[in-house]
Design a protein around this ligand. Structure first.
Ligand code: PAF
Length: 283
């Protein structure tokens, strides 16, 4: 496995692979990889002749007061995980390689990016759409792999691919959890021991909501209230949002009569964590 830092070198490798008749899978990441990323890479390896993992902490998706400078980084550890998972190349560019100093072109989206995480992170999805478009143009993959943990991101990227006619199949992969239910995230490393325990309230509260839905509850407000009640049992938790939204357009729903996404963001101490589940009533 190779670590590649320039766009030019990556393009020539992909060209070589294409000449050999290989399909190409891309797993975009910001590094500090965990088992969740590993599951994406393994899926990509199982479905493509060659696999690129991008490992780039993308500055344009961080807001002014967010954790860009402290975001965890460890390329040696990432390289070992990628190699074990069967990736062929890690693309690990510098910010200067990805963005010219006078770069002024961005990919932005209406609607789907305004609610949920977009409320507290108004510039985040513009940064995500921009860097993912750039990665798509650099790697030109057949398939790209994203985790369902970032459910809004996945919906936004699917919509961007449709709207901008990228000829790429987007593969959504299930959330990978720790044994006690906490969704895996590079940001979990910010949590103290006490906060790590408190963070279990995210999954616990979603489970309460999911059980209500499976018991036949159709009123979104009631499900939301039950989730909020459970979160409020945890003194270290501060709710950013809890929402039940249409699975495709991410608009809030009142009545559960089609596929939905139940999503939340909760601060545990200073760390903002997200989690979600999808639900579709039986027809
Ligand atoms: O999900 C992430 O890690 C990032 O948002 C992504 C898709 C790699 C873009 O920087």
């Amino acid at each position: 496995m190779q670590i590649v830092t320039t766009i030019e070198e990556l393009r020539s490798i992909v060209k070589w692979w294409r000449g050999e008749g290989h399909s190409v899978g891309l797993v975009p990441t910001m590094g500090y990889l965990h088992e969740g990323h590993k599951s994406l890479i393994e899926k990509a390896v199982s479905e493509n002749g060659r696999v690129v993992v991008s490992d780039f902490v993308n500055p344009t998706q961080f807001g002014a007061n967010e954790d860009l400078s402290t975001y965890p980084r460890d390329i040696d550890r990432d390289a070992a995980l990628c190699e074990a998972a069967g990736a062929d190349v890690i693309f690990h560019p510098t910010p200067e390689e990805m963005y010219a100093p006078d770069s002024c072109t961005f990919v932005d989206m209406d609607r789907l990016t305004k609610g949920l995480c977009g409320k507290t992170r108004p510039t985040h999805f513009c940064g995500v759409c921009t860097v993912v478009s750039k990665l798509f143009n650099i790697v030109t993959p057949d398939r790209a792999y994203f985790g369902q943990k970032d459910a809004q991101q996945l919906a936004v990227i699917r919509r961007m691919v449709r709207d901008l006619n990228f000829n790429i199949v987007i593969v959504g992969c299930p959330i990978v959890r720790e044994q006690d239910g906490l969704a895996m995230s590079s940001r979990n490393t910010y949590l103290s021991e006490k906060e790590r325990k408190a963070a279990l309230v995210l999954h616990k509260s979603l489970t309460v909501g999911e059980e209500l839905l499976h018991a036949g509850e159709k009123d979104a407000e009631k499900v939301k209230a039950a989730i909020l009640k459970q979160i409020r049992t945890e003194p270290l938790a501060r709710v950013d949002y809890v929402e039940l939204v249409d699975a495709e357009n991410l608009e809030p729903v009142k009545k559960i009569d089609g596929p939905i996404l139940a999503a939340l963001a909760v601060y545990i101490g200073k760390t903002r964590l997200i989690d979600n589940f999808s639900y579709a009533p039986e027809t």
